[in-house]
Design a protein around this ligand. Structure first.
Ligand code: ZN
Ligand code: MN
Length: 132
């Protein structure tokens, strides 16, 4: 009995935003996406971009990477995967490592609960920054 999601149309703006997100692996901010969309839809506002990002997230088409006080990043790949953030240059990269589901099972056993998913973030110096 899953919650039924409201039906959402794939509008032209939404499609464009999704296309831009899928075409990059840099996990951009809303501002960066806005700059890209503006080149094709010049009269679009930043607010509209934010709204559409939220709708796409609700639709399960994209993922928001929330880093607390700093700007959210967006990911065109909605499937759970790990990220590495370089504290030197600030880039966010995909980590080529399968999701460790055994952690979920350990905690389910310890707490007698059901785990849907977990978040794990990696921080450090990227291959370029660590040599500086
Ligand atoms: Zn770096
Ligand atoms: Mn990613």
């Amino acid at each position: 009995m899953g919650k039924s999601k409201p039906k959402r149309r794939m509008t032209k703006q939404r499609k464009k935003i999704l296309e831009i997100l899928k075409s990059t692996d840099t996990h951009p901010t809303a501002d960066w996406i806005y700059d890209q969309v503006k080149e094709e839809i010049p009269n679009i506002s930043l607010g509209t971009v934010y709204r559409n990002l939220n709708v796409l997230k609700e639709m399960g088409k994209i993922m928001e990477l929330n880093y607390g006080s700093s700007y959210s990043r967006f990911d065109g790949n909605p499937k759970n995967h790990y990220h590495f953030t370089c504290v030197g240059c600030g880039k966010v990269m995909d980590v080529d490592e399968p999701i460790h589901v055994e952690i979920n099972h350990n905690i389910e056993n310890k707490m007698d609960c059901n785990i849907d998913h977990h978040r794990m973030e990696f921080f450090g110096q990227c291959s370029e920054c660590k040599n500086e």
